[in-house]
Structures are given as C-alpha cells and as structure tokens.
Design a protein around this ligand. Structure first.
Ligand code: SAM
Length: 379
C-alpha cells in the first residue's frame, strides 16, 4: 500500500523536480542490511529534527568506533595487555547501520568509521556497503575511515567501490624499527603497501602522525617531505591524556607549538583556510606545495567550532572526546524496531554537549584526564 505524503510538510531537504518515493512498512525487505526508507521514516511525526547543541553548534559529523580491538598496541594509545569488550556487548553491524542511519536522518552529513582498528572487524565491508546508500541518496556527503593501514592492501578497492573517497591513515614514523617500537605489533612495510593500494584505488590519503617527544620529533620534516612527495596531506596530532597506558604522558608530550617551530626552521609555512570538517588547522608548505595540518587539543583548544559526536561499538554516545558524560543508545536501539526512542535519547544527549574539553598534561596531572582509551571512543 502506498501512502500519499504532503512533501511540503516534511522537514526534508526537498529538491525541486526530483521524484520522491516513500515505501510503506510492508515494502521493507526482511534482511536488515538491505535497507529502504519506510513511510514511517518520511512521516512528519517520525521525521526527527536536526541536531543543534546548547551552544548553537549543528551536529553534522559522527565518528563511530566499530570495534575496540586493534592489531597494533601503539604505546600512546593502549597498554600492552588490554582487555577488550565481550562480543555480546558490541553492537552488530546491522545495529551500527541503524544507529548511523538515525544520525543521518537527524542531519549528520559526514560519517567516519574508526576504532580500535575498523578494518579488523569481521564483515566490516557490509557496513560500508549498506551505509553507502546514504551517499547515493544525497543525504550523506562523506563516508570515510581512519585506519592504521594494516588491512588496506586487502580492502582499498572495496572501500572505493562503496563510495569512500578520502581516508586517514595513522603513521607516526618511516623508520621500521621505530615503527615496531611505537606500534609494538605493527609492520611498516605492510602499512606502506596499504597506502600504495589506497592510492592505486583512487582514494585520497591523509597521513595522521602523533607527535611524540624524543621519538619522532626529529622526523617531522622527513614525514612532511614524504607525504607531500606522495601527493598526501599530513596532519600532526598532539598526544592526548586518554586512558592508562602504563607510562607517563609527560614523557611523550610534545606541544605542537614546538613541533611547528622546528618545521618552520626548514619550511615556509603559510596559513590557509582549508578545512575538512575536522579540528585540524592547515598551512601550505611553500617548498613542497603540500598541506600540513595541526591538531592541538592541548595547546589550542578547538571546541568553539565542534560539530562532532562519537559513538562506541557498544552504542555509547560521547558528546565530547575529552569529557566523561555519555548517553546509552543501545538500550533505546534494542527496545523497539522503530527509531522514536532512539531519537528522543539522541536529542536529550545533545542538550548535554559541553562547551569544550580541558585536557592538561603537566607534572601535577599524573593520571590520565579520562579513564577510557582513544581506542574506545574512536580517534
Ligand atoms: N586504528 C585506527 C588508526 O590507527 O587510525 C583508528 C583508531 S586510532 C585510536 C585513531 C587515531 O587516534 C590514530 O591516529 C592514533 O594515532 C590516535 N591516537 C590514539 N591515542 C591517542 C592519544 N592518546 N593522543 C592522540 N592521538 C591518539
């Protein structure tokens, strides 16, 4: 049975001259990964209002940690002996799809899958495949991923086939021994092969490097020359005090003001307006012609323009990477097949989005600012 809907009454971005078809519930395929919008999705009452937080910031960017597991144990991210979540607590791929789609219905335009290592989650390509329908429908601008690159040789062309256009690859050093020391378990060659596969598949690759005092601070020039020589942007990230890692943060912490000063000894850095929707501030390196980004959660807090929220693989919504406050979305997600309870829970959580975070790393703050690791919330 087809429902007739007055499109003008819907709070939808309706393009003139386009044909809109809303299917009734009976048309929904029983396979949850073959998703079609139902009449309920298009109904005025069911159509959720967009997300705007108390500081008038529109929430348009969702990062989803699809697993807390990783095939690396980066020294600044995890301790060597991590205990991971029981599988039963983790949302299924179908549930992750439903959660992401609820946010898309509420105006999220950019989805980033992360982790843990997202590409080690079994069946993860089916999630990319199903989420790509939002790209096709024009309700999502970007579907992307942050990865350590270890599985990219295997998945790069599939990702491109599912509409992924740009990816972030985390890589802190080009020295194989240092790479092994930082990641504990990783192999540099494998990651470089993954980067090459991604480029061959037509993906734009951005390299993310965490600046680590006494570890890669002398390599930032080389990393810049390499990334730009390969046609990739590079972003340098300040280490954040997240989770107990079994060693002192102060030993790792390199303020990016210092990293930038070192880079400026070798390069001419010109501030540019380029933005990717994330927190990085970019410069153009005159000598290489490439873009270099700085993410400075500590030395320069970037919260005023925050458009992001994060979901863990258990369906916990964190309104801020640097605060403990969270909302459980798994309970409303599992409570019914419709999304009404979920929308109410999301709306309520967004009213609690804080103005910003307040990370500090100094000698008086020896404990992590937050107990949870970056791999839980997703970087
Ligand atoms: N496994 C994927 C990867 O390596 O990109 C995605 C998850 S990882 C947690 C995301 C990013 O967070 C990586 O670039 C990693 O270097 C960064 N990261 C992890 N812990 C961090 C910390 N304490 N401070 C700053 N960046 C961190």
């Amino acid at each position: 049975m087809r429902s007739v809907i007055n499109l003008s009454s819907l709070r939808l971005p309706i393009a003139p001259g386009k044909l809109y078809i809303a299917l009734s519930d009976q048309d929904r395929d029983s396979d949850p990964m073959t998703v079609t919008e139902t009449a309920a999705d298009f109904d005025l009452a069911a159509r959720p209002a967009p997300l705007v937080d108390p500081f008038n910031r529109a929430i348009t960017y969702l990062r989803v940690s699809v697993t807390d597991r990783c095939d690396f144990r980066c020294v600044y991210c995890m301790s060597e002996n991590m205990s991971f979540l029981p599988k039963a607590d983790v949302l299924t791929l179908e549930e992750l799809d439903r959660l992401c789609s609820a946010f898309v219905a509420k105006g999220v335009r950019k989805l980033r899958l992360t982790g843990g290592e997202p590409l080690v989650r079994r069946g993860i390509m089916t999630l990319f495949a199903s989420l790509s329908r939002h790209l096709a429908a024009g309700t999502l601008d970007e579907l992307t991923v942050t990865t350590n690159g270890s599985q990219l040789a295997r998945y790069a062309s599939e990702l491109a086939g599912h509409g992924v256009r740009r990816i972030n690859v985390s890589l802190d050093t080009l020295d194989p021994d240092k790479f092994r020391a930082i990641t504990r378990w990783g192999e540099l060659d494998k990651v470089l092969a993954g980067v090459a596969a991604a480029k061959a598949a037509g993906l734009a690759v951005k390299i993310n490097a965490v600046a680590l005092k006494g570890v890669n601070e002398d390599e930032l020039v080389r990393l810049t020359e390499w990334a730009h020589g390969e046609g990739m942007d590079l972003t340098i990230i300040e280490v954040m005090p997240l989770g107990d890692i079994g060693e002192g943060r102060l030993d790792q912490y390199l303020p990016l003001s210092m990293a930038r000063a070192r880079l400026a000894e070798r390069f001419t850095l010109e501030d540019i307006d380029y933005r990717t929707g994330g927190p990085a501030r970019y410069v153009r390196v005159a000598e290489t012609g490439g873009r270099l980004g700085f993410i400075t959660p500590l030395t320069h807090n970037f919260c005023e323009s925050c458009n992001r929220v994060r979901i863990t693989c258990t369906g916990t919504l964190f309104m801020c990477l640097g605060q403990e406050d969270a909302a459980d979305l798994r309970t409303p997600l599992r409570a019914s097949e419709g999304n009404e309870l979920l929308y109410v829970a999301i709306d309520e959580a967004i009213t609690r989005k804080p103005k910003g975070h307040d990370f500090v790393i100094d000698r008086r703050h020896k404990r992590p600012a937050l107990a949870r690791h970056m791999s839980v919330t997703g970087g």
